[in-house]
Design a protein around this ligand. Structure first.
Ligand SMILES: NC(=O)c1ccc[n+]([C@@H]2O[C@H](COP(=O)([O-])OP(=O)(O)OC[C@H]3O[C@@H](n4cnc5c(N)ncnc54)[C@H](O)[C@@H]3O)[C@@H](O)[C@H]2O)c1
Length: 260
């Protein structure tokens, strides 16, 4: 897909790796100037963008810190320009130590809610006032299929992601009259370094097969599948789309993929 984002500034959180990296590369390929955010170094993503003749600058910040987020947004607007597109992508989940709600540790609950829900709110709030003033802007929140349907053993993640999806719609209702669009993407199971080490490796083939048996398209998605959705939502082709959750999950949440 080719869209024209020439000169527009896009801030992509959690863009050092995985889905965020792919979104940053896709937006840059279509003309956007990218502020690459991450809590760890995102210089590699910036280099990749420059290798494809794009423009990028790295902003290290923890999205769960309101002070860090506000300072980052001020710095991006001063150093690159007004933020036209915010992609709230940074996220964490519980690793392999998955336990039911009655055993879920406080610190994990707060860690996940702080990044996956508070972080989305802090970043969206930080860019909103200026977008409203300019009467233009796009916010894309990366939720999850597990914000649409529930899942066992991930109570904090499912709560945070469901929150992100309804927050997206509430925010869209508020800012629509100012020409600002707010949408979400709900990815299914996407092949990243994290999911590769958790499910998609030769040692856990059984786990992967079982997971894939729930996906009508019969495979995990690629980060580029999510980047394509983000590119569409960021573009003027989506100028009448707001308050929408674009599910990109190979059909996972459509219904039962297996006979029973
Ligand atoms: N991979 C999947 O299957 C999948 C499925 C559904 C939803 N998602 C969502 O997509 C988004 C990206 O996931 P991913 O799989 O690419 O993950 P990832 O772990 O590969 O990348 C996430 C990035 O966010 C960064 N990050 C973590 N905490 C941060 C913080 N406090 N501040 C700034 N950056 C921070 C990480 O350093 C990392 O670079 C997340 O919101 C995730 O919940 C992923």
């Amino acid at each position: 897909m080719k869209v024209d984002l020439t000169g527009r500034v896009a801030l992509v959180t959690g863009a050092a790796a995985g889905i965020g990296r792919s979104i940053a590369l896709a937006l840059a390929k279509n003309g956007a100037r990218i502020a690459v955010n991450d809590i760890v170094t995102g210089e590699r993503t910036c280099e990749e963008i420059r290798e494809q003749d794009g423009e990028a600058k790295f902003y290290q910040a923890d999205v769960s810190s309101v002070a860090a987020v506000n300072a980052m947004v001020v710095a991006v607007e001063r150093e690159i320009g007004p933020i036209a597109v915010l992609v709230n992508n940074a996220g964490v989940n519980i690793g392999t130590n998955r336990v039911p709600t009655d055993q879920f540790p406080d610190e994990e609950w707060h860690r996940i809610i702080r990044v996956d829900l508070d972080g989305v709110f802090y970043c969206a709030r930080a860019v909103s006032a200026a977008m409203i003033k300019r009467r233009k802007g796009v916010i894309i929140n990366i939720g999850s299929a597990f914000g649409v349907v529930p899942a066992r053993l991930q109570c904090a993640f499912t709560a945070a992601k469901a929150g992100v999806l309804n927050f997206t719609k509430s925010h869209a209702l508020e800012v629509g009259k100012y020409g600002v669009r707010v949408n979400a993407i709900a990815p299914g199971s996407i092949l990243t370094e994290g999911t590769r080490s958790l499910f998609y490796n030769p040692e856990s083939k059984q786990k992967a097969d079982s997971l894939i048996s729930h996906i009508p398209l019969g495979r995990p998605g690629e980060p580029e599948d999510i980047a394509a959705a983000a590119l569409f939502l960021a573009s003027d082709d989506a100028s009448y789309v707001t308050g929408h959750v674009l599910v990109v999950d190979g059909g996972w949440t459509a219904g039962f993929a297996r006979d029973w």
